[in-house]
Write a protein that binds this ligand. Structure first.
Ligand SMILES: O=C(O)c1ccccc1NCC(=O)[C@H](O)[C@H](O)COP(=O)(O)O
Length: 283
């Protein structure tokens, strides 16, 4: 599958698939190969046979809203061993123990990195976590092909991440529709106003604003504050990346941002759930 598919919409919105040699483009090139390899080992039809292995998806958005309705922060707590920008974050890395800690610490949902090459993740981690705790789980990966959405369904993901800068608008629409048809939910991730305009063409409640530029690694919480202005109240903004301190949390809370996706700050703590409670406990 070629990544850049010129369409009428890409000419209207701008083509997100430029060929700059950035980490995101490197990851996406690898994903194209990965999908081809995996399809040779297990067909889409075989994946579909596995769809009923796990209980139906649990309400991901609803779990976030429940926290917010109770006046609490809605935290999607991330399970990631390593990242391209920071290297290895946690060793030893025991996903089930992390998930239990997060559940005790008050997480609303979990995010599990399944990418192996850049984040040292694995699909098995999501399966293990799903079997260990009751919190809804998002498959965090770089999803560019229908095969990967089927994989997410087969491993029991409740939600998938779709990154606008990794897709053209038609791919975004089609992968979103596929995930919804499978009964999963979608977190659509953007980094700037032009990506957000694309995201808003899709009828989806959850909008993730990534404070990290995935091409340069630069992090600025101002990204969330700027893009918040473009969202109607029926969308639920999730601020992603770079939330490290109580001051970061207060800045977001004071600007009526109540949903968070946090990884590094938790992964570096002995007890990730204790760190979650420390940062968000007296919200
Ligand atoms: O984290 C990275 O270095 C990274 C690099 C390239 C693409 C994506 C990347 N991270 C994915 C994420 O968006 C974060 O894992 C997530 O938002 C949590 O961020 P943080 O709390 O800063 O760990």
């Amino acid at each position: 599958m070629g990544r850049a598919r010129p369409t009428l919409l890409t000419s209207i919105f701008g083509n997100p698939m430029n060929n700059r040699p950035t980490i995101l483009n490197e990851i996406l090139d690898r994903k194209v190969q990965e999908v081809q390899q995996r399809k040779r080992i297990k067909s889409m039809r075989d994946l579909e046979q596995e769809f009923d292995r796990y209980a139906p998806p649990r309400g991901f958005t609803q779990a976030l809203l429940n926290k917010i309705d109770q006046g609490q922060a809605a935290v999607i707590a991330e399970i990631k061993k390593a990242s391209p920008s920071k290297g290895v974050l946690r060793e030893p890395f025991i996903p089930q123990a992390i998930a239990e800690s997060y559940e005790r610490g008050g997480a609303a949902c979990l995010s599990v990195l399944t990418d192996a090459d850049f984040f040292q993740g694995h699909e098995d981690y999501l399966i293990q976590v799903r079997e260990t705790v009751g919190l809804p789980v998002i498959r965090k990966d770089f999803l560019i092909h229908p095969y990967q959405i089927a994989e997410a369904k087969a491993i029991g993901a409740d939600c998938v991440l779709l990154i606008v800068s990794a897709l053209d608008p038609i791919q975004l629409r089609d992968l979103h529709a596929q995930a919804i048809a499978y009964g999963m939910e979608v977190l659509i991730e953007v980094h700037d106003a032009s990506e957000l305009r694309v995201a808003l063409t899709v009828d989806n409640r959850l909008i993730g604003v990534n404070n990290r530029n995935l091409h340069t690694f630069e992090v600025s919480l101002q990204t969330t504050l700027d893009l918040k202005e473009m969202l109607d109240p029926e969308r639920l903004l999730v601020t992603e990346s770079g939330i490290l301190s109580g001051a970061d949390v207060r800045l977001m809370r004071d600007n009526q941002i109540n949903a968070y996706l946090v990884g590094e700050a938790f992964m570096r703590a002995d007890q990730p759930g204790d760190k979650l409670a420390e940062l968000f406990g007296d919200y």
